[in-house]
Design a protein around this ligand. Structure first.
Ligand code: ADP
Ligand code: ADP
Ligand code: MG
Length: 653
């Protein structure tokens, strides 16, 4: 058995592997780049070692440094996770040479399956159907164009060494072929150091259905049923599920058998995924699926298989690596219920899914109640790094049937509350609740086809969001206050609630300049919010938090809106009556103190300035006042909410 396991990865997958190691009594050794020194996977491991600077090629791809950790820590096995070195045959050989058991398939299987053309040739020999195409050595543009004509448009150009959708180009007609070929080659060369391509017939409206396989070192091989990963964006998976909707048992048996044949043909050992492209235009038929590629590792979406089969795939990997037999026979592997996974990413759907990096200033995942699983690599306060995959978490919902699993997952995503980075949570909810998705009418073109309803429009936040922000400011409640001492010009201003009704105005920055929320307080009933004159009800489940730069994050239904007060010191005028101090709107350095005690100043007079993030903020007198005290000196660092000056209004100028 394994005593100590080195995990050559980071983030959620490192944590996932550790979790199983812990239940099996195996100690875990983490590695980390300098950028990850504080990361959750480092904190949770039994031991952790730094392996180099932030860029992956210097750390998580640095074989020598990782194997050195294996030696120093006395680990006896290494699990590569996915991504990084997981499909690197050289790494598996080097691990073996340095005495580490590699938790993965033999290097030879990785080599064969690592090249799509080689893999497809082998599959053809093994009697597994492959997508019609050209796999030849003649890589001249003329020959490739000729083959594309022969196959018939539309076609796909794929990098032979490809992965992660890179080096792949869709070509509609002959006219577009040449330029597509050039750019595919460029991308392939840059990403994989190998510019060779193959050509495939493009299956229209296809589904991506993959089969999880497991083989042991005694010649046994089983499959753990299928996953449907058809919901993709630029050939990358977004939502995955098990089992595939609309699957018949005839088709399942045919695909399972083909996957097992594929694994056996390469002498496979361990966990692998055989990916098929399926023409589902007339339902799922056993002669309408073709081998695409085999991923020789654990897959990001493995949790959906675990949820429906009740098996721990990492445990199986570790047992098989130790030479054990497969834990179950094919007939013992059955699915119960349905599981759906959504990949929660730090990315901006508005900006063409640009990764969004930064500090997770506020982070609440849905409660891990029964039927909800959250696999994540980050905690509140952690950073989403620009160097690595910007995945925040995988949220997985399991229920007795597909409809309920989808509902449960959408509900869980509505309870995702994140501020600091932009996420795709709202986009995922829209995908899940789209009627066609709910009906199981999915194919890989789904997201693009419905992009106008799935992608958010750039409109400004709805009125209830402003009302919730105003409530946070004037009552300092109903929100999870991460910063209870936070700057709040109205905090002390509610003493004037003397009559039956009193009012406060909060002014926000808005696309059209400014937006006013009028808050009316009543003695005998809850306050009322009028946004630009119209009464607004604040929905339940809204969470508000102050984030960096004095902005207010309002989180609701998986979405996060940021709003900002419109220069409150000036706009608050008469409502500021009771406030008697000016506080720092942000953490920063006092760059100037412009008044002294006893001085009488007019409303709007600059009192002090604070520099934060290279921006200077000038604090202005909220009214005509007399300065009572100055609480800071020039050059001092202040916290957000710190008192800068106090004043009185009584004997003001
Ligand atoms: P594919 O899309 O090739 O079928 P997966 O969906 O399993 O495969 O995704 C694997 C990808 O996940 C890797 O190619 C890489 O971009 C990304 N990745 C690698 N390491 C991590 C990690 N620690 N956390 C999140 N994502 C990762
Ligand atoms: P990668 O190694 O980058 O994951 P794949 O060969 O697995 O490359 O293809 C990635 C995705 O591209 C598939 O999941 C599917 O959506 C799409 N795709 C691949 N081959 C075809 C094809 N022949 N016709 C239509 N879509 C395809
Ligand atoms: Mg793939």
């Amino acid at each position: 058995m394994i005593d100590k396991l080195l995990i050559a990865n980071r983030g959620e997958i490192a944590r996932r592997i550790m979790r199983t190691a812990r239940t099996m009594g195996i100690r875990s050794v983490a590695v980390y780049s300098t950028a990850d020194a504080q990361a959750a996977h480092v904190r949770e491991a039994d031991e952790a070692y730094e392996i180099g600077p932030a860029p992956a090629r210097d750390s998580y791809l640095n074989m020598r440094a990782i194997l050195e950790v294996g030696r120093v820590s006395g680990a006896d096995a290494v699990h590569p996770g996915y991504g990084f070195l997981s499909e690197n045959a050289e790494f598996s050989e080097a691990s073996a040479e340095s005495g580490l058991l590699f938790v993965g398939p033999p290097a030879s299987a990785m080599r064969t399956m690592g090249l799509k053309d080689r893999a497809k040739i082998l599959m053809q020999k093994a009697g597994v159907a492959v997508v019609p195409g050209y796999l030849g050595d003649d890589q001249s543009a003329a020959r490739l164009a000729e083959e594309a004509d022969r196959i018939g448009y539309p076609i796909l150009i794929k990098a032979v060494a490809g992965g992660g959708g890179k080096g792949m180009r869709y070509v509609e007609c002959a006219r577009e072929f040449e330029s597509a070929l050039e750019s595919a080659r460029r991308e392939a060369k840059a990403a994989f150091g190998d510019a060779r391509v193959l050509i495939e017939k493009f299956i229209s409206r296809p589904r991506h259905i993959e089969v999880q396989v497991f083989a042991d070192s005694h010649g046994n091989c089983v499959h753990l049923l299928e996953r449907d990963c058809s919901l993709q964006r630029r050939h990358q998976k977004v939502i995955e599920e098990a089992l595939a909707p609309g699957m018949s048992s005839v088709m399942r048996d045919a695909m399972g058998a083909a996957a097992v044949r594929a694994a056996k043909a390469v002498g496979y050992v361990g966990a692998g995924t055989v990916e098929f492209i399926v023409d589902g235009s007339e339902g799922l038929l056993p002669d309408r699926f073709w081998f695409m590629e085999m991923n020789t590792r654990l897959q990001v979406e493995h949790p959906v298989t675990e949820e429906v089969t009740g098996l721990d795939l990492v445990e199986w990997q570790l047992r098989i690596a130790c030479g054990e037999h497969l834990p179950l026979r094919q007939s013992q592997i059955v699915a119960n219920g349905h599981a759906v996974e959504a990949r929660l990413y730090a990315e901006d759907a508005d900006k063409d899914f640009l990764p969004s990096t930064g500090r997770l200033e506020f982070l609440r995942f849905p409660e891990a109640v029964s039927g909800i699983r959250v696999d994540s690599g980050v905690c509140e306060g952690d950073f989403v790094q620009p160097y690595y995959d910007p995945m925040i978490a995988k949220i997985i919902a399991t229920a007795p049937n597909r409809a309920e699993a989808i509902l449960r997952l959408a509900g869980a995503l509505r309870n995702v509350q994140i501020a600091g980075v932009t996420t795709n949570a709202a986009f995922l909810i829209r995908c899940l609740t789209h009627p066609e998705f709910r009906q199981g009418a999915i194919d890989t073109g789904f997201i693009e086809r419905f992009s106008d309803v799935l992608l958010p429009n750039l409109s400004s936040p709805p009125p209830e969001i402003y009302a919730a922000a105003a409530r946070f400011l004037v009552t300092g409640s109903h929100g999870l206050m991460t910063d209870a001492e936070g700057y709040n010009p109205w905090a002390s201003g509610d003493g004037f609630r003397v009559s039956g009704r009193s009012r406060q105005v909060v002014v926000f920055e808005h696309i059209d300049g400014r937006l006013e929320v009028l808050v009316e307080f009543y003695r005998d009933r809850p306050e009322q919010y009028l946004v630009s004159g119209s009464a607004v009800r604040i929905p339940n489940g809204v969470t508000v938090s102050r984030v960096a730069s004095g902005q207010i994050a309002v989180m609701y239904d998986g979405a996060t809106f940021k709003v900002k007060c419109f220069d409150p010191f000036i706009s608050a005028d008469s409502h500021m009556d009771r406030a008697d101090e000016v506080v720092a709107p942000t953490h920063g350095k006092v760059t100037a103190v412009l008044v002294e005690p006893g001085q009488k100043v007019k409303r709007g007079t600059p009192l002090a300035s604070i520099e934060a993030m290279k921006m200077e903020h000038t604090l202005l007198a909220p009214a005509d006042v007399c300065i009572s005290s100055v609480e800071v000196t020039q050059g001092e660092q202040v916290k957000e909410g710190a008192t800068i000056v106090t004043f009185s209004k009584d004997d003001a100028a």
